[in-house]
Design a protein around this ligand. Structure first.
Ligand code: 3PY
Length: 258
């Protein structure tokens, strides 16, 4: 049975960030994820996790200047020293929250630019090494170019090759089924092939990125396939509720913690 993590960046937006932890637990979630924790203190987040007996499934390392349009800096030339400070900042939050996996965003850069590619490799190798010292996995997530135009890592094959070439035991794929379907399709076969290198799964309907209960993907089938394949990680619910978050949780009822 998959363990679902509520994505508190997208879900439970009727509450303030810290109150979303309580709301997710009350709705039956045993785990949470979000893009970034950095506007709250590590202590405040740790307190909400403990109070609600929630596991922290995932969050992202700092992404650079998000408000200015940056979506990570790992592939951006000249930003390596800044990246190192981001790694330490994320590790502070990791220590407080007990998270075992972090996502490194690549950035907006030409996917075929040699300089960007070598910066990305260097950033990935450095970050994986530093996280490995703490027993934490580093995740790389291909993101579709419709949601994030110009994003460097926009192809599952490239992520797979990089993970293989690096050969680092804690470097894994973040398999967002929503992005996979938009970029390549063939979701079930890709899960079968890529599950051995997958460290986290995320879900949403396609094309609307809403609750996983309709449109072009058959999630009940995919959940049973993920179970059949023996996946024992988290499934992050990275979707935008159509209306109020609680009203859209019908799909989740069979999986809710009582
Ligand atoms: O945009 C997404 O899908 C992400 O998960 C960014 O971390």
């Amino acid at each position: 049975m998959p363990v679902f993590a509520a994505n508190l960046t997208m879900m439970f937006n009727e509450w303030t960030f810290l109150d979303r932890f309580d709301a997710a637990a009350d709705a039956g979630f045993a785990a949470v994820e979000y893009l970034f924790p950095y506007e709250a203190t590590p202590e405040a987040i740790a307190e909400r996790l403990a109070r609600n007996n929630l596991q922290q499934a995932l969050f992202n390392l700092p992404p650079g200047d998000w408000a200015a349009g940056e979506r990570g800096i790992a592939a951006l030339p000249g930003r390596f020293d800044e990246l190192k400070t981001y790694v330490e900042r994320a590790l502070d939050y990791a220590a407080a929250t007990g998270v075992r996996r972090l996502h490194l965003m690549a950035g907006i850069a030409d996917a075929h630019d040699q300089n960007a590619s070598s910066c990305y490799r260097r950033s990935v190798a450095y970050t994986a090494g530093r996280l490995g010292e703490k027993g934490i996995d580093l995740l790389l997530e291909p993101i579709n170019g419709r949601n994030m135009p110009g994003y460097f890592l926009n192809d599952f094959g490239r992520a797979e090759r990089l993970i293989a070439e690096c050969g680092l035991p804690n470097l894994k794929l973040q398999f967002d089924i929503y992005h996979r379907q938009i970029i390549h399709g063939d979701v079930a076969m890709a899960l079968r092939r890529l599950l051995p290198i997958t460290g986290h799964i995320q879900i949403a309907s396609v094309p609307s990125r809403n609750e996983p209960d309709g449109e072009e993907l058959n999630y009940p089938y995919l959940f049973s396939e993920i179970d059949r394949l023996g996946y024992d990680g988290f499934i992050g619910c990275e979707y935008i509720p159509r209306g109020r978050t609680l009203d859209g949780l019908g799909w989740f009822a069979p999986f809710a913690r009582s």
